[in-house]
Design a protein around this ligand. Structure first.
Ligand code: 6PG
Length: 469
């Protein structure tokens, strides 16, 4: 190793780390790279040779006269990050910046920041979305943490970021502490909800609409010309089109009907419960994955009537309802981000978050450009539905969504995603929710009191009087 200046050391040479390191090297930065497992460094050597300076261990990268001052950590979230920080204890120096680019829990990020801050070491949480392609060619980057540390690495982030349609790099700082990882977590919650919606759309096309997978793929692909145009739409069409290499059968009939998950959807649901925000479609999507993995099929359990469903109407209603359902998923996630930002004192601008999602990430979609405008400057992100963009989506989508939910429920197709979007919109719009009955019940059995519509204060009813009547 010659004593040259290293702009950044990437720690973790899995798929994401390797591609991010090569991306930074291509952008002209001097990059060192290493991994907590020496054998992984050996395996990466050929691909990285001559472009990235490979270092045997993370401790080596942080030691000696030519040590790195900035570290991009791309290892598994959870205990491995704490183990790495323990390993680096004693060699990290005041002024160093450690960027955790994994899917870490935002509260872990805040704990690690607090742990290192007294020694002047800046720990930054960076949500990175886009998978292998994003890492190599442009990702969506959601940062949180020390403002100066992030300003220092801004050129590196700008080089790694995907470019939005208007050319702006998709990276942003969304507040102190764990704000970046919180925004990434909510991104994944939205990802869960939209994946569930596309899965339900596929089941509707393959089931009641009676389409073969290849034809269903064509129908979905055609929607890319309309308002639902998005990465997940494209991905759904590809999945429906794919054939199994062993049997030649449609892959969607071969892949086991059980969804896995790695935790960020669960964290989103937990955070929503914690911050008191309704994210029904994210929760529905998470629990639908759980059900798919846990269930023992009981065919015909709820005995749906064999409702006649018109295939053309189903296809048309899906096309009209999906954009509105996608918007609902975005607004549920943004609502959660705004609530957390308020509670934690983060200066998170929801419109800026949406702009960072316009390219590179899994939930990128054409509609995010108008959605960013629609949420800009609003205290309540749901007011975006009052904008011309929102009104158009509701006017076109709501009648189709209502018909679709009725048709698919009638046909016995499980649609927790679409049904939750409709129930939530109806909840936002309804004159009566039934909460007055719940408050009455709470006061009846638990003396919990209720508010009145005609005067302020907390009130009780004389419930004994009712039983005596
Ligand atoms: C991304 C993705 C990614 C996530 C996968 C898997 O933005 O690139 O969100 O970070 O790891 O989507 O998540 P699950 O295993 O929980 O589905």
């Amino acid at each position: 190793m010659t004593a040259e200046v290293v702009d950044i050391a990437v720690i973790g040479l899995g798929v994401m780390g390797r591609n991010l390191a090569l991306h930074l090297a291509d952008a002209g930065f001097a990059v060192a790279a290493t991994d907590p497992f020496p054998e992984v460094v050996v395996v990466a050597a050929e691909e990285m040779a001559g472009r990235v300076r490979l270092v045997a261990t993370p401790r080596d990268a942080a030691s000696g006269p030519d040590r790195a001052r900035r570290f991009l950590v791309m290892i598994k979230a959870g205990d491995p990050i704490d183990a790495l920080l323990a390993d680096l204890d004693g060699v990290l120096l005041s002024g160093d910046v450690i960027v955790d680019g994994g899917n870490s829990h935002w509260q872990d990020t805040e704990r690690r920041e607090r742990l290192l801050a007294p020694r002047g070491i800046r720990f930054v949480g960076l949500g990175v979305s886009g998978g292998r392609e994003g890492a190599r060619h442009g990702a969506s980057l959601m940062a949180g943490g020390d403002r100066d540390a992030l300003a220092e690495i801004a050129p590196l982030l700008a080089a790694l970021a995907a470019r939005a349609p208007d050319g702006t790099p998709c990276h942003g700082r969304f507040g102190d502490g764990g704000a970046g990882h919180f925004v990434k977590m909510a991104h994944n919650g939205i990802e869960y909800a939209q994946m569930q919606l596309w899965a339900e759309a596929a089941v509707a096309l393959l089931g009641p609409a009676g389409l073969a997978p290849a034809r269903a793929a064509e129908v979905v692909a055609a929607w890319a010309q309309g308002p639902a145009a998005s990465y997940l739409l494209d991905a759904t069409a590809v999945v429906l089109r794919a054939e199994d290499l062993d049997t030649g059968r449609p892959l969607v009939e071969i892949v086991a009907d059980r969804a896995a998950h790695k935790g960020t959807g669960k964290w989103t649901v937990e955070a929503a419960a914690e911050f008191g925000v309704a994210v029904p479609s994210i929760a529905a999507a998470y629990f639908a994955r759980i059900l798919s993995a846990e269930r023992r099929p009981r065919p015909g359990l709820a005995r749906p009537p064999a409702a006649e469903a018109d295939p053309e109407t189903i296809v048309a209603d899906l096309a009209a309802a999906l954009p509105l359902a996608m918007i609902s998923a975005y607004l549920q996630g943004l609502d959660l981000i705004v609530a957390a930002a308020r509670a934690r004192g983060w200066d998170t601008d929801p419109a800026a978050v949406v702009r960072v999602w316009r390219a590179g990430c899994i939930i990128r979609a054409d509609m995010l450009t108008p959605l960013a405008e629609a949420v800009a400057g609003r205290d309540d992100v749901w007011d975006a539905l009052e904008s011309p963009f929102g009104r158009e989506a509701v006017e076109t989508g709501a009648p189709a969504l209502r018909r679709l939910v009725a048709t698919l429920a009638g046909a016995g197709v499980p649609i927790p995603g679409f049904a939750s979007v409709l129930a939530h919109l109806d909840g936002l719009g309804a004159a009566r929710l039934g909460a007055s009955v719940i408050q009455g019940q709470r006061d009846l059995f638990g003396d919990h009191s209720f508010e009145r519509v005609d005067r302020p204060g907390a009130f009780h009813h004389d419930w004994a009087r009712e039983t005596a009547r």
